[in-house]
Every structure is written in C-alpha cells, then in structure tokens.
Design a protein around this ligand. Structure first.
Ligand SMILES: [Zn+2]
Length: 206
C-alpha cells in the first residue's frame, strides 16, 4: 500500500507546467471581480510545485477499502444501480448529498446501463432537492480528486441567495452557520422520500 512517504514524486513536466511561476503568490483579483457577489478580496497561497505521480485517491488501490462501496447508515436512498448519501457532516446549506453507483465504477469504466440511468436520476434528485423548504435550485458538482469511486455532489442553493450563484455555492456550505441537526434530518427525509416516490428505497440501512 503506497502512502505519501513511499511515493517517489517529481515535478510534472509539460509545456503547460514549464511556464508556471511556481513559488510565487499570484494575483487572484480576477476571481473576486468575476464573483463580486461573494468575494471582496482573495489572498492566494504561493503556487506549489505540481508533483507526480499523485497520491492515490480513496479506493484507488484497493476497492475493498472504498468508502462508497461499503454499506453506510448515511445512504438515504438507493435503487438497482445508484445510491445517494447525506448527513455525515452538517454544513450551512439546506441540503448537500453525494450520488454514486452502488458498485465500484469509475467514469472511465462504468457500464452503459449505469451511465444511462444517471440522467433520469439527476432530474429526480434536482426535483427532490428543490422540494426542500427554502431551496431555489439544485446545483451538481463532479470533483474527481477525493474518491476514485464515481460520484457527484448535489447542493441546494438557498432561495434568494444571489451570493451563492455558481461554483462558489460549495464554499458557502462551510461558511454559513451550520443548520440544526433536526432541520438537517428533516431535509434529508424530504429528499429521500421524494426519490423513493419515483422508485428505489429510502433509508435502506436504517
Ligand atoms: Zn467503490
């Protein structure tokens, strides 16, 4: 099993990488100006060396140790191919959940029947999240760095929260005051039952 101490890393080398000002603090005003509803100023850390090979993601080397493959009390809904998990950490957004296949697939190797079921599921998740009181829109994110197991995030954007437009919404989950546990449970129940109304099972592990 590899870890940080055993990986022999070296700087990534490409035409893209060779032009980068590694070690410098870069001007982030373009982000603040592009998202003026959220940021006044941003101070970046110095640009760090980009080392490869990268540390393996969760479940990358040994799917037996993959989190989304193991049963979880935080699975709020599943059907034949897909599962939705939520509630293991309470943040400031009305709802945030993770959508993943039940089996250990990557985007690169997932069977077509699993991928084909994702489109209709995204439509159902969006409707379910928007049925949570106080939610105007459901945003989806697919960041591919933490777990190798294919997963997407679904986030409820609070109604009227123009400062939460776009990708910055994910940061607000850690900035807004955490919602009360009871409210989080209620919102999770609403999403789980809305999903189950269209097929599959709510709270299969509870
Ligand atoms: Zn997995």
């Amino acid at each position: 099993m590899s870890d940080d101490a055993t990986i022999d890393q070296h700087p990534a080398d490409s035409a893209f990488h060779r032009r980068l000002p590694i070690g410098e603090v870069l001007d982030a005003s373009a982000v603040a100006e592009g998202l003026p509803w959220a940021f006044e100023t941003i101070t970046m850390r110095p640009l760090e060396p980009m080392l490869v090979p990268e540390k393996p993601r969760g479940g990358e080397l040994d799917p037996a140790e993959c989190g989304p493959c193991a049963p979880s009390e935080f699975t709020i809904w599943h059907d034949e191919h897909w599962q939705v998990r939520a509630g293991w950490e309470i943040g400031g957004l009305p709802f945030i959940g993770a959508i993943a296949p039940r089996e250990h697939w990557l985007l690169e190797n997932a069977p077509v029947e699993v991928l084909a079921a994702l489109g209709p599921l995204m439509q159902r998740v969006s409707q379910a999240v928007k049925s949570v009181p106080g939610v105007a829109r459901c945003h989806f994110g697919r960041w591919n760095d933490g777990s190798a197991h294919l997963h997407l995030w679904a986030m409820g954007r609070p109604a009227g929260m123009m400062q939460g437009r776009g990708a910055v919404l994910s940061f607000w989950d850690g900035i807004l005051p955490p919602i009360p546990q009871e409210m989080a449970e209620e919102h999770i129940r609403i999403v789980a039952e809305a999903l189950a109304a269209g097929g599959g099972e709510a709270f299969p592990m509870r």
